[in-house]
Write a protein that binds this ligand. Structure first.
Ligand code: ATP
Length: 279
């Protein structure tokens, strides 16, 4: 596929504790194993898009700290253009993640620099698709809805009520089952992808299902980042002209590959290679 994608979104340092089970409120669970890795829905989606084969640039912000430099390095290693990532005054965004033995997770996010992302001085080309998520300010999403001339995809995660102008403008809105249940307004959107974890995913036009694809079997290690890889793959598939079912199948294959890896920015093959394994 030959396509250009700009990802506007969050960049986080992920600090992950892997533990036998997730603690209940007020409870302490010991025996954790600690790891640090690059994350943030925006950065994860940008890294995945570049590895899947799209020419990818990222618009975002890091803090004036070593985590920020490590996050930039990870994006460049994945092949993402990082010139439009600004250095903010706040610290680099951080996600505190707990993952249990079954791969389920709980996440606390500290926005930091992500609250300072700005579109000042940024131009968008007519052939350039844009993918964004809700870990940056909703005002920026509204600004994107107004300014992006090309294909606009919004991953409405975490679940927040979307302004009507965004729902009406977006060419694609991607949500998981839970987010879909929280956002009844999505029933009027042009095109919505709903993910069902190990059950696969569906595409809906104005609330009517137009395609469904079963998940690709996987042995989950961690679902962190699976949704992000899926968003990148589905957006690239659709802007490259794959039909609804093939785009869903390719995105499911990429999501399945992502759950088998413990961290949020894994290696991927080019998207066409996932498709060829499905045919
Ligand atoms: P995240 O935990 O990253 O926020 P999410 O809740 O946004 O994920 P999911 O629905 O869990 O999104 O997963 C996205 C896609 O990844 C699914 O539609 C599916 O294609 C794939 N996927 C997720 N979990 C599994 C699994 N256990 N087996 C196979 N594929 C999976």
């Amino acid at each position: 596929f030959d396509c250009s994608l700009t990802v506007v979104g969050s960049i986080n340092a992920d600090i992950t504790a892997t533990i036998s089970r997730l603690p209940a409120a007020g409870e302490t669970v010991g025996g954790g194993r600690l790891s640090r890795s690059p994350g943030g829905k925006g950065a994860n989606q940008a890294a995945a898009a570049a590895r899947l084969g799209a020419r990818t640039r990222m618009i975002g912000a890091i803090g004036p700290d070593s985590d920020g430099q490590a996050m930039l390095h990870a994006l460049r290693t994945a092949g993402v253009r990082t010139d439009d990532i600004a250095e903010a005054t706040a610290e680099t965004g951080t996600a505190l993640i707990m993952v249990d033995a079954a791969g389920e997770n709980q996440i606390a996010v500290c926005e930091g620099a992500n609250a300072e992302v700005s579109l000042a001085g940024i131009e968008f080309g007519a052939d350039e698709a844009v993918l964004t998520q809700l870990e940056i300010s909703l005002d920026l999403i509204v600004e994107l809805a107004d300014r992006v001339p090309g294909f606009l995809a919004v991953n409405a995660a975490p679940a927040l009520p979307l302004p009507a102008e965004v729902v009406d403008r977006a060419d694609l809105i991607i949500v998981n089952e839970f987010e879909y249940s929280q956002l009844p307004q999505l029933r009027t959107a042009k095109l919505v992808a709903v993910t069902f974890g190990a059950k696969g995913s569906a595409l809906l036009q104005k609330g009517e299902q137009i395609a469904f694809a079963e998940a690709v079997p996987a042995t989950p290690v961690s679902t962190v980042g699976a949704g992000d890889a899926y968003c990148a793959a589905l957006t690239i598939g659709l802007i490259s002209g794959l039909g609804p079912e093939r785009a869903l199948r390719a995105a499911n294959a990429v999501g399945a590959a992502a759950v088998e890896v413990a961290f949020a920015q894994p290696e991927f093959d080019r998207l066409e290679n996932y498709l060829s394994t499905l045919d």
